[in-house]
Ligand binder design. Structure first.
Ligand code: FMN
Ligand code: MN
Length: 488
């Protein structure tokens, strides 16, 4: 059974010993960050701050900041289960006979059942305020000392593509300017930014309607973060993840729909001719992203549940909660990558690589130059385009083990020969790039080199003891009186 809403999931976490209530008064300015940062890094529980200073609304952090909670969020034993579900859909062949067609029906019906569903009313509209509301009533965090202000960090920002009318959901941080306005941190290549630009092209004086939902069942909350192709509804994907459609209600003042089970909704618009300085913000790179010019979101209506809970997350020096979300995305999208590029065996994005800096890919190499083909594939694959360093290794390297990768990859390269530079779009948050949004990327071909690739030597075997010797030593180990056998 899918979680009904955020509180349903919180109840589950509490039952599992995965939620701590903090009743002491703590400050959303810096203190909640420091507490949360320590808790994530210690592998600790989700936190429900019941008395954030200056607000009557409780705040939740570290909701899915561990593998266990991520599995609970998606109601699986391990993330591989979701990958298998995806594979089973991707594997569907065109049916040969009537029997096969009939067999396929349940699967097709299942796909159909994931589409979001519009319902007449939703808990997120228990309270509707078009007057007398203030963003300052919510326990919105100022995360790090040099931050430009308070930031909403886990919103689902909903807009419609002005060309196609298709919905987009994105998680873009929002700096609170005052009671009714925030920044809208649409990074250049993101779908929200595309909507903004295409609306502005039509009419510089116009507005783009925006709805922002905060807090819902976990799979719905992931909608904003999932890197799905443009014009594909993120809520459809959330429906797939939760195995139950996302229910949506019409907003009160804008022509958009929001998850009916959301805790809090902000309705309003972005003025297409208006930009304002946003930042700095202590970002997931572990550094501050500096001030920049971004659109401004004007809130004209706030709706919420009767006693709303405010969901937020911290980004900063890794690992943070976003590492676990990114890792989930990596596992879930692996089958999709494999379908397009069947040589891919596994991929890993270690926490220190902050997603955009490092991707390690293992491949089953079957032709000369295959590793370089894979790098180019990564750089053309949605948001993986940002990957600053792609390391391609052979299929027998365990990419999930960074030590093994450092050892084997560095042994396998002749740097001048095996490193390739390309120019292209880079992440807006990359402070080292020569220009914002534009710079170089590097691919390292750390696979065994073939004669067909110009390698004239003989590639050595990796050292492994033979099995007979291992068995013999095991059998006499205790007689040797060395101590417990260090198993390999
Ligand atoms: C906690 C968190 C905060 C994020 N903040 C931003 C942000 O401020 N701006 C941005 O463009 N992307 C941000 N992202 C990344 C986007 O949510 C992500 O790239 C998403 O896929 C964008 O959706 P889109 O492809 O529909 O544009 C954030 C991600 C997380 C997990
Ligand atoms: Mn999108």
């Amino acid at each position: 059974m899918a979680y009904r809403d955020l509180r349903d999931f919180l109840r589950k976490l509490e039952k599992e010993g995965e939620l701590k209530r903090v009743s002491a008064e703590v400050d959303p300015v810096l203190e909640i960050t420091e507490i949360t940062d320590r808790t994530v890094k210690a592998g600790g529980p989700a936190l429900l701050f019941e008395n954030p200073r200056g607000s009557r609304i409780p705040a939740v952090t570290n909701l899915v900041g561990s593998e266990r909670r991520m599995s609970l969020a998606l109601e699986v034993e391990s993330l591989d289960e979701i990958a298998e579900r995806i594979s089973s859909f991707l594997d569907m062949q065109s049916p040969q006979g009537i029997l096969e067609k009939v067999k396929m029906l349940p699967k097709l019906a299942e796909i159909g059942s994931f589409f979001p569903k519009t319902v007449r009313s939703g808990d997120c509209q228990e309270v509707v305020r078009t007057e007398g509301f203030s963003l300052l009533h919510f326990p919105i965090l100022k995360c790090w000392p040099e931050d430009g202000g308070r930031y909403i960090t886990w919103p689902m920002v909903i807009t419609k593509n002005p060309e196609t009318g298709k919905r987009n959901v994105g998680c873009y941080r929002m700096q609170v300017f005052d009671e009714r306005t925030t920044a809208m941190h649409w990074q250049t290549q993101k779908h929200g930014a595309e909507h903004f630009r295409s609306a502005r092209e039509k009419n510089r004086e116009g507005r783009l309607e925006v709805a922002v939902a905060i807090g819902a069942d976990p799979a719905t909350c992931f909608a904003g973060i999932l890197p799905v192709p443009p014009d594909m509804d993120e809520f459809l994907f959330s429906g797939f993840l939760r195995r139950d459609p996302v229910e949506l209600v019409k907003c009160k003042t804008v022509d958009l729909e929001v998850p009916a089970n959301a805790e809090i909704v902000l309705e309003g618009y972005v003025e297409l001719g208006e930009m304002r300085t946003e930042g700095p913000f202590g970002d997931h790179t572990g550094f501050y992203s500096l001030e920049g010019e971004y659109p401004v979101f004007h809130v004209k209506c706030v709706t919420h549940r009767k006693e709303p809970v405010y969901l937020t997350t911290i980004v900063g020096p890794p690992p943070q909660e976003d590492y676990f979300i990114g890792h989930m995305i990596e596992r879930v999208f692996l089958p999709v990558m494999k379908m397009q590029h069947p040589e891919i065996v596994d991929v890993a994005m270690p926490a220190e690589g902050i997603f955009q800096n490092l991707m390690i890919v293992s491949i089953r190499k079957s032709y000369p130059g295959h590793a370089r083909k894979t790098m180019n594939a990564i750089w053309s694959l949605g948001q993986a385009m940002f990957t600053k360093v792609v390391v391609v290794v052979d299929h027998d390297v365990n990419v999930q083990d960074s030590r093994e990768v450092v050892w084997k990859a560095l042994c396998a390269i002749d740097p001048e020969r095996d490193i390739q530079f390309v120019l292209g779009p880079v992440d807006t948050l990359d402070h080292a790039a020569r220009r914002q949004d534009f710079g170089s990327k590097m691919g390292i071909d750390a696979t065994r080199k073939w004669p067909e690739e110009g390698y004239t030597g003989r590639w050595p075997d990796e050292i492994r003891m033979d099995e007979a010797t291992k068995r013999r030593v095991e059998s006499i180990w205790s007689q040797l009186r060395i101590g417990a056998s260090p198993r390999r």
